[in-house]
Design a protein around this ligand. Structure first.
Ligand code: PMP
Length: 437
């Protein structure tokens, strides 16, 4: 398999060497470095529709889609035009501008529980701010999160469980003070009794529960039936807020995100968004109940701000993207995802590779293990080496998968039949490579 050999992506390898001299690991976000799968990370030069072209001139069907944002495909004409138009009128004003209002209206219109929304520049900022707001509103400091859920690199959320069922967290990263991590309680996902036990013990000190609406950062693990309802019930009983992180699922799994699937009886107090709503530019948001959001500066005492928040070019891209996210687009995403997932499953079955496909709307991932995955422990019990062989065989055949077994695969409305056929054609050999360990 030529591309897996050192030196076979020479332009990428040369750029990586230069990058490493000036940037830690040569990348600006760790998973891009291919450490989980090995080999040379591909430096991309351009993208169009479902295709990426790397600096060596090789083309790939993109099943990462910038980790979610590129729901319409790369350089979508309507978004490109909106960006050109906005950029032609200036890049940043540090004043309010019309696009911010239009984007906020679009979000409030789509997502029932969101009365008010504030725009920020990354998902990390959104969750960090939502937590500060929940603490300010409740006057409490503890935060409950679920093992395997990722909410950005916020200090108090960059933690994992210690031993035991539901424990005070240990820092997952150097540089996070133990006191900070101790403000977070980590509970196994999809485990209502564990959550109830934590609230029975500490309920009066808990500001909020934050949850990925449907987990996508340990592979795709949707909430079990009734789990989100239990979150709503338990938090309400104890006067804690429910923060639903839809940075990944928002506007991707449907018009109104995961909330739109589960319905009004699970209305969270606060929600966070990012990725799709920025159309590939840095725009994210947090929002929710009017009475909670009223605590934000300048109206209230909870401070939050940003030089580039509501940036006119980013909001133009986000608005143009959301306006193209209609029912037909979501139907197409579902068809493409189904075709690819079914073909992957069939190829892996033919090659005798144990696997499991899981779904949240059109988001799916392939676990290299058998049986249902409900928790982080389940997700971790997979054959990452088999995934690595599979990944590289797909890459060699011109398909760009997420370079980790713990990620969702993403498709776009631009994935046409030719793109799907390229993926389907690559799968049997990749499945045999996975089996060959
Ligand atoms: N929350 C979730 C659910 C995410 O998937 C991510 C990013 N993958 C974040 C928060 C953080 O967003 P960002 O990378 O924009 O800071």
């Amino acid at each position: 398999s030529p591309l897996s050999q050192p030196g076979d992506a020479p332009a990428s390898a040369a750029l990586l060497e230069r990058a490493r001299a000036v940037t830690p690991g040569g990348v600006n976000s760790p998973v891009r470095a291919f450490r989980a799968v090995g080999g040379t990370p591909r430096f991309m030069a351009s993208g169009r529709g479902p295709w990426l072209t790397d600096v060596d001139g090789r083309e790939y069907v993109d099943l990462v889609c910038s980790w979610g944002p590129m729901i319409l495909g790369h350089a979508h004409p309507a978004v490109l035009e909106a960006v050109r138009d906005a950029a032609g009128r200036g890049f940043s004003f540090g004043t309010p501008s019309e696009n911010e209002v239009l984007l906020a209206e679009e979000i409030v219109d789509r997502v029932g529980p969101v009365d008010r929304v504030r725009l920020v520049s990354s998902g990390t900022e959104a969750t960090m701010s939502a937590i500060r707001l929940a603490r300010g509103f409740t006057g409490r400091s503890l935060v409950v999160k679920f093992a395997g859920h990722y909410h950005g690199h916020v200090d108090s959320l960059l933690v994992s469980a210690g031993s035991g069922l539901a424990t005070f967290a240990l820092p997952d990263s150097a540089g996070v003070p133990a006191e900070m991590a101790a403000e977070t309680i980590v509970v196994p996902y999809n485990d209502v009794p564990a959550l109830e036990a934590v609230f029975a013990a500490r309920g009066g000190e808990i500001a909020c529960v934050i949850t990925e609406a449907a987990a996508g950062n340990m592979g795709v693990v949707p909430p079990q039936p009734g789990f989100t309802q239990a979150l709503r019930r338990v938090t309400a009983e104890h006067g804690a807020l429910l923060v639903s992180d839809e940075v990944m699922t928002g506007f991707r799994v449907g018009r109104a995100g995961w909330w739109g699937h589960e319905g009004v009886d699970v209305a969270p107090d606060l929600m966070t968004f990012g990725k799709v709503m920025g159309g590939g530019f840095p725009a994210a948001a947090f929002g929710g109940r009017a009475d909670v959001m009223a605590l934000l500066a300048p109206d209230g005492p909870v401070y939050q701000a940003g030089t580039l928040s509501g940036n006119p070019v980013a909001t133009a891209a986000g608005l143009a993207t959301l306006r193209a996210c209609d029912d037909a687009l979501y139907a197409r995403l579902g068809e493409v995802a189904r075709a690819i997932a079914d073909a992957a499953s069939a190829a892996l079955s033919d090659a005798g590779v144990p696997h499991r496909v899981q779904w949240a709307g059109s988001m799916f991932s392939v676990f290299f293990r058998e049986g249902e995955v409900r928790t982080y422990d389940d997700a971790r019990a997979q054959d990452a080496a088999a995934f690595g062989r599979f990944f590289h065989a797909m890459l060699d055949a011109g398909v760009y998968l997420p370079p980790s077994a713990f990620e969702s695969w993403f498709v776009s409305g631009a994935h046409d039949d030719a793109a799907v056929e390229r993926v389907v054609a690559a799968l049997p050999a990749a499945a045999r490579a996975a089996a060959s360990g």
